[in-house]
Design a protein around this ligand. Structure first.
Ligand SMILES: Nc1nc2c(ncn2[C@@H]2O[C@H](COP(=O)(O)OP(=O)(O)OP(=O)(O)O)[C@@H](O)[C@H]2O)c(=O)[nH]1
Ligand SMILES: [Mg+2]
Length: 230
């Protein structure tokens, strides 16, 4: 009886030991394979409506540009794991200012106003273009621009103009194909290839993302970590 009890106790102990070891290995694996940046704090800083509001300092900065409604503000919210950090809307043209957000007390993400929505007048377009140009040329700590394109549409002539502008001023950029939850998984690669082809960039320069289900979040955070620490 005593031997039976002792044996079952030893068995239980060794099971506990085995699970502890397994848990420890899972923890190690998580550290090794899930080592992308974690956004632990994100807060709204300020907005700029004209050149005087553009921040010029040493803090690393990354910016989101793209057509209105493409999902810039939603991408910011998704990356930061917050639903209401930046305002989003199905009505295009919501973000009208340059909005600065401080991430991990370490770098800024800048949510830029979108381009190319139908109701915009010529004067507004001219103001927008002037402000964008000033922002892109004045921001001395801008590390990279994320150019967002809806994965379901061919990039527009305005998207191509943005790419040409970035190329001509040698401003580093990468393309993000947004809203990929709207596509079957098997179609995502085809869509990113098509976007790359239309914009004349390498396919590896197009990342797929969904703010709806966070598809692509780890890859984008990894990328962000690398560029911010450059
Ligand atoms: N299904 C889906 N919808 C998305 C995704 N990202 C954004 N949306 C929707 O697209 C609409 C526009 O999103 P916003 O993030 O406000 O777009 P924006 O680029 O900031 O637009 P502007 O501020 O007007 O330039 C909203 O209705 C979002 O809910 C996505 O990944 N998947
Ligand atoms: Mg917006």
């Amino acid at each position: 009886m005593f031997i039976k009890k002792t044996l079952s106790h030893v068995q239980k102990q060794s099971q506990v030991f085995f699970f502890d070891v397994a848990k420890f290995f899972c923890f190690l694996l998580e550290i090794c394979y899930n080592n992308h940046m974690k956004i632990t704090s994100a807060k709204y800083l300020t907005s700029a409506t004209d050149e005087s509001g553009i921040i010029c300092d040493d803090c690393p900065e990354v910016a989101f540009v793209g057509r209105s409604n493409v999902g810039k503000s939603s991408l910011l919210n998704s990356l930061c794991g917050q639903k209401k950090l930046a305002k989003t809307s199905s009505t295009p043209g919501l973000t009208k200012m340059i909005n600065y957000f401080l991430i991990n007390n370490n770098f800024r993400i800048v949510d830029l106003p979108g381009y190319g929505y139908a109701k915009t007048g010529q004067k507004h377009i001219a103001n927008w273009a002037g402000l964008m140009e000033k922002y892109l040329l004045k921001s001395n700590s801008l590390k990279i621009v994320f150019v967002l394109c809806d994965c379901r549409n061919e990039p527009s002539s305005l998207d191509k103009m943005m790419i040409d502008f970035l190329n001509s001023y040698q401003i580093p950029y990468v393309v993000v194909a947004t809203k990929v939850d709207k596509l079957a998984k098997s179609k995502i690669s085809q869509a990113t290839s098509q976007i790359a082809k239309t914009l004349g960039v390498r396919k590896e320069m197009v990342m797929a993302y969904s703010s709806e289900n966070d598809f692509g979040k780890e890859a984008l955070l990894e990328y962000l970590e690398a560029v911010v620490s450059l």
